[in-house]
Design a protein around this ligand. Structure first.
Ligand code: ING
Length: 317
């Protein structure tokens, strides 16, 4: 019996700084209703889906920064989304800024949750790869201060839900092979990834024309090399003066794109995803237990940066 999950992309267009949580939650509920009408079991929303992408601004006031964070989930503002999830029987992945308390200390994470078809939180993930920078860099058209506003997570987990093994990642995580492999080693069958990705990458503007290509390439590679489904969902369009890529898509374990959005606004795209389809990759080409050689991979966990010779030449083999 095939294990089918009907997946909906819940792509969001821009969220203005002044938009309230209530206004955004209404948009999320509208997308969930549309996904339900298409027979979806699970809808995937973007990273930081409750507010504008605030790391684009340098802020010093804790009060101002914390205004973009959630102290509880669900909260009064987000409860309607959980209620609708339960009413319709549609689960969801939601990215948001989490203000956690650890040993009495406030800790800020870039977080996502997985909610099942009964509206219950069954998984939580905190973004590991925080891109950008920590200090104000006025030379940039806009800032990317995730290293300033968030603490990195340190765990890629897999949750048993929707009849299979579901993993989560957030935005920049999707560019790193380790993200998918750590979950692949846990047998992941579907990786859910929300993102906010500007077309313009200040440190490397020559990449701008390739931003959609790199987005899809990264997720296709992750899917194929680990025999897993990958769902990538954008917060897209011109948001507070910064143009974000779209490119939301559902990728099969073969690496093929099965569905994608065609606008940069609020949009639902759906696909029928058979989790059993992972087997034909996990039991052949990417049968990890049969083919991997961990004794040759030590550098991957022993080093952060590449190892250069004293004169800066290449790595010694
Ligand atoms: N955004 C971007 C991302 O990784 C980025 C940052 C853009 C890095 C382009 C490199 C190139 O998609 C987030 N939020 O991680």
């Amino acid at each position: 019996m095939s294990r089918i999950v009907n997946i909906a992309i819940g792509q969001l267009g821009p969220i203005a700084r002044a938009d309230s949580r209530q206004q955004v939650v209404k948009r999320l509920c509208d997308l969930m209703r549309e996904a339900h009408a298409c027979g979806s079991h699970l809808i995937v929303y973007p990273e930081l889906a409750l507010t504008t992408f605030f790391p684009r601004w340098y802020m010093e006031s804790d009060e101002e920064i914390n205004s973009f964070f959630e102290r509880e989930m669900p909260s009064a503002a987000t409860q309607p989304l959980f209620d609708l999830s339960r009413e319709l029987g549609v689960g969801f992945y939601l990215g948001y800024a989490e203000l956690a308390s650890e040993q009495g200390k406030a800790v800020r994470y870039n977080t996502s949750i997985l909610v099942n078809r009964q509206g219950e939180i069954v998984g939580k993930y905190r973004k590991v790869h925080l891109p950008g920078h920590r200090e104000h860099e006025p030379w940039r058209r806009f800032q990317h201060l995730e290293k300033r506003y968030f603490t990195p997570g340190n765990h890629f987990g897999v949750t048993h839900a929707f009849g299979g093994k579901i993993g989560m990642a957030i935005c920049n995580d999707r560019r790193w092979a380790e993200t998918y492999r750590v979950m692949g080693l846990q047998g992941v069958e579907m990786v859910l990834i929300g993102y906010n990705t500007p077309v313009h990458n200040a440190p490397a503007p020559q990449h701008d024309d390739l931003s959609l290509f790199h987005n899809q390439l990264s997720m296709q590679a992750g899917a194929y090399q680990n025999g897993t489904w990958v769902v990538g969902v954008a917060k897209a369009g011109m948001e507070e003066g910064v143009d974000g890529i779209g490119g939301s898509c559902i990728i099969a374990p073969s690496g093929e794109v099965l569905a994608n959005c065609i606008t940069k606004g609020d949009e639902v795209a759906i696909a029928r995803c058979d989790l059993d389809f992972c087997e034909v990759y996990k039991r052949t080409t990417f049968n990890f237990d049969a083919h991997r050689q961990p004794q040759a991979y030590g550098m991957i966990v022993e080093r952060r940066g590449e190892m250069l010779m004293a004169d800066g030449s290449g790595v010694v083999s």
